[in-house]
Design a protein around this ligand. Structure first.
Ligand code: PEP
Ligand code: MG
Length: 599
């Protein structure tokens, strides 16, 4: 929270789904649940009945979730997988058996035992370096919360009974709750917990409902029926606004909606500059369910398919067939458009997979991504087999994450060749001459880009990590978030260096970090000469529109001016000025980079 006044109380959270909403708050009160559950010891002869109580509660929770899945309206069917993940967690032996063990050994009540095993499992998730996995800790909490509600007989919040046109304010929204919310009733979501990659954020983005998450204490500051303004790009919430602030935001909302409608009109036209340069505007996805949104928004392909999801919440590692089915589905739906499958980008301990890794003090710098894959060749080979087989059904490329030196590429390509040979021996159909690319997200790869370009077919610049590793800013640490600046001159010089190296080597170069999805950055990226930009599907229309309004020639001149600046703030200023020239009323950056965001 950055400011408290009786009126216009401004709360700053994480902008998780863009858009502006103005409406009455509807607070979802937590009744019972984890925080209010009592702890007590039980007698030895009560152990069997306590275990039965737990069993019944788990069963009741399972039935409840199955019912929600069955009742899911057609347009939300794509999101059923999230509830299925919760069902899987519910069936997870570790959670259940650990809880039973605590009841037996410690002679404590089922609620207390469940909370103890939840805390243990949650700790494992929290230690992971990847924000996606770290946030899966909240799935564990949500599943346990449901079981606890069944144990204590507390009613789940009656989401389906809320009034029309409200902004939901909750401590956390489980996917089950988010999905039950009827779209026409909700203008936006505000939560204390969660982040950009939480399931609530994913659903909100694909439903195109503004969301501000991670506000920490919104539920204690906001009451039902308070008037709220929320800006889902900037992560700003204003409670009880004065008339003039309200009027200002109503205008801004109107402008934003006009802007979205305007960019949507050309989203299916090619992203071609005024001087005839064609750029591919592609999508970053994590699930098959997002493919429809990519096509709806006019995406030219998938520039980044993050494949970590399959490796989560399972007793076993995913089988080759399971991976193959998913990759094949995506390749087929998108064909002939390209689908870039990134191999596993995971680090730290993995939950329920049977893969034992040592604890890491600094997991972001640890056995992550390609380092993990090279140290677990069998897991790597299974994934590569599935990718090569799926490549037969579309235009598939493979991409290795977090490359920091040339030998990693050489080793990864050697394993890829071995996989081709074994598929060949087995007589399984696959595509041998698949394009091989790497993510450029570690400074050493930037510096060596000219050398490593000779080994690959394409580069994709991952600015999310590149900024983290080069500016020494933890990408998930709120306290340094203000320093996380894509327009930092050092970042811009690195991007330019990589693009130049790719150009000289005659290979393709794209960008798939968040930086690529901001329309205001397009001029800089065009000036540098990137071939592809890959982003969240909702950002595609805005970026395409921008490309169609600019010329590469003029962008090069603009880039020259940008590269002469010494500070991020100076770059931001001229980028804003240039953006406002094209969209005089905009004053709005899709991703909230506008540092002068008026309040
Ligand atoms: C990146 O680092 O920019 C990137 C796109 O990968 P991820 O966000 O999955 O680390
Ligand atoms: Mg990355």
């Amino acid at each position: 929270m950055i400011e408290i006044k009786s009126r216009n109380m401004v709360l700053q959270g994480i902008g998780a789904s863009p858009g502006i909403a103005i409406g009455k708050a509807h607070l979802i009160e937590e009744e019972g649940g984890i925080s209010l559950t009592g702890k007590y010891f039980i007698e030895e002869d009560q152990i069997p009945s306590e275990i039965t109580r737990l069993k019944n509660a788990v069963q009741q929770t399972k039935e409840g979730l199955l019912q929600i899945i069955r009742d899911l309206p057609e347009e939300l069917q794509d999101h059923a997988y999230i509830l299925e993940t919760h069902l899987m967690l519910l069936q997870d032996k570790k959670l259940y058996e650990q809880t039973v063990k605590y009841i037996e050994e410690k002679q404590i009540n089922a609620e207390w035992a469940l909370k103890a095993s939840m805390d243990e499992i949650r700790k494992v998730f929290k230690k992971m370096s990847d924000p996606y996995f770290r946030e899966r800790a909240s799935d564990i909490v949500q599943v346990c919360d449901r079981i606890l509600k069944a144990l204590t007989g507390t009613e789940a919040p009656r989401i389906s009974e809320i009034e029309k046109g409200v902004i939901i304010v909750a401590r956390d929204l489980s996917p089950a709750e988010t999905i039950q919310i009827q779209l026409e009733k909700v203008k936006g979501f505000i939560t204390d917990l969660g982040g950009k990659t939480s399931h609530t954020a994913i659903i909100a983005r694909s439903l195109e409902i503004p969301a501000v998450l991670g506000l920490e204490n919104a539920t204690s500051l906001v009451r039902t029926d308070d008037t709220i303004i929320m800006d889902g790009a900037a992560g700003v919430v204003i409670v009880d606004p004065t008339e003039d602030v309200l009027t200002k935001y109503q205008k801004r909302k109107h402008r934003y909606e006009e802007y979205r409608a305007m960019v949507a009109q050309s989203s299916h036209l090619p992203a071609e500059t005024l001087d005839g340069h064609r750029i591919k505007v592609m999508a970053n996805i994590e699930f098959v369910g997002e493919v429809a949104s990519v096509i709806d928004h006019g995406g030219d392909g998938i520039g980044l398919f993050r494949t970590e999801f399959h490796y989560l919440n399972k007793e076993e590692l995913p089988s080759e067939e399971e991976l193959f089915d998913t990759y094949k589905d995506i390749a087929e739906i998108m064909a002939p458009r390209p689908v870039t499958i990134r191999t596993l980008d995971i680090g730290g301990d993995k939950f329920s997979t049977g893969v034992e890794l040592s604890e890491e003090i600094n997991p972001a710098l640890g056995l992550r991504a390609i380092r993990f894959s090279l140290s677990s060749p069998e897991i790597f080979k299974t994934q590569l087999r599935a990718i090569l087989r799926a490549a037969n059904f579309g235009n598939v490329r493979v991409m290795f994450p977090m490359i920091s030196e040339i030998d990693e590429i050489i080793k990864a390509k050697q394993i890829l060749r071995e996989v081709c040979e074994s598929l060949d021996r087995e007589g399984l159909p696959f595509k041998e001459d698949i394009e091989v690319g790497i993510m450029i997200e570690v400074p050493s790869a930037v510096i060596m880009a000219d050398v490593i370009a000779k080994e690959v077919d394409f580069f994709s610049i991952g600015t999310n990590d590149l900024i983290q590793y080069s500016l020494a800013i933890d990408r998930v640490n709120k306290d340094v978030a203000h320093l996380y600046q894509p327009l930092h001159p050092a970042v811009l010089r690195m991007v330019k260096h990589v693009v130049d190296a790719a150009r000289n080597a005659g290979i393709r170069v794209g960008m798939c970090g968040e930086m690529a999805g901001e329309p205001a950055h397009v001029s800089i990226l065009l000036g540098m000469g990137l071939d592809e930009l890959s982003m969240n599907p909702i950002s595609i229309p805005g970026v395409k529109k921008m490309i169609r309004m600019l010329s590469v020639e003029k962008s090069k001149l603009f880039l020259k001016e940008v590269l002469n600046k010494k500070r991020s703030a100076e770059v931001v200023r001229i980028v804003e000025e240039a953006y406002k020239k094209l969209f005089p009323d905009a004053a709005y950056f899709e991703h909230g980079y506008n540092i002068n965001h008026e309040r």
